[in-house]
Design a protein around this ligand. Structure first.
Ligand SMILES: [Zn+2]
Ligand SMILES: [Zn+2]
Ligand SMILES: [Zn+2]
Length: 126
């Protein structure tokens, strides 16, 4: 009887000393992590940081609620592999195709990005 009582008490005190500081520390670290994530513009809702002022915006927001900057970066689809590239990109990040619209070297007609032959005169390009 006595032996079990002692071991029970020892176990209880042991578990108390081992456990009691842990949850508080855990909660503090978690709070720190959460505020850190918030300061970084990251939260459970996967908010999108503004490219200009870095303020956290709702996903899908078109304009920053803080500075009014345009949130959605216009993208250009690659004519070859259809990968989304940032507007103004010269080459596809996926397949390396030329994304810049050019003009025919012979007749100066407007060419589709990545076109190898002129649609007007049929001259081979570049
Ligand atoms: Zn902004
Ligand atoms: Zn491509
Ligand atoms: Zn041409």
């Amino acid at each position: 009887m006595k032996k079990t009582n002692i071991s029970c008490l020892a176990l209880l005190s042991l578990s108390l000393t081992a456990c009691s500081p842990m949850p508080k520390e855990c909660a503090e670290t978690w709070e720190k992590m959460e505020s850190f994530a918030k300061s970084m513009g990251i939260s459970d809702e996967q908010q999108v940081p503004c490219p200009k002022c870095n303020a956290a915006n709702q996903p899908g927001a078109k304009f920053c609620h803080s500075c009014g900057a345009q949130m959605v970066v216009p993208q250009a689809a690659c004519p070859k592999c259809n990968a989304a590239n940032p507007a103004g990109a010269k080459f596809c990040h996926s397949c390396g195709a030329n994304l810049q619209a050019s003009s025919c070297t012979k007749c100066n007609a407007q060419l589709a990005p990545g076109a190898k032959f002129c649609p007007e005169c049929g001259a081979q390009q570049g």
